[in-house]
Write a protein that binds this ligand. Structure first.
Ligand SMILES: [Zn+2]
Length: 81
C-alpha cells in the first residue's frame, strides 16, 4: 500500500496538526478525540506527514506483535468496515 492509498482512507479538512501547530491551518485528518482534564472534547488532527509517520509506526508495531496491519484506523473508531 503506497502513501497516497493510506491518505485516501482519511477525510481531509482544514485544521491544525497536533505535532505542527506552528504551521497553522493546513489539510489535516481527524485521528482521535480526547477528553481534556478541563472538560469537553478535543479533536486531535494530523497533517499528511504525521499520518504517514503514525501509520508507519503502527505497521511496525503490528509486525512485531504478529498482528495484521490495517491502515486508516488511527481513530480506533468502532466502525465495522
Ligand atoms: Zn504534522
Amino acid at each position: 500500500m503506497d502513501s497516497q492509498q493510506i491518505l485516501d482512507l482519511y477525510d481531509w479538512q482544514e485544521g491544525l496538526c497536533f505535532r505542527h501547530p506552528a504551521r497553522g491551518t493546513q489539510e489535516t485528518a481527524h485521528i482521535k478525540t480526547i477528553r481534556p482534564p478541563a472538560g469537553g472534547l478535543q479533536d486531535v488532527r494530523a497533517c499528511a506527514e504525521c499520518v504517514l509517520q503514525i501509520e508507519d509506526a503502527k505497521e511496525r508495531a503490528a509486525a512485531r506483535g504478529g498482528e495484521t496491519y490495517r491502515p486508516g484506523r488511527l481513530s480506533g473508531a468502532s466502525d465495522a468496515s
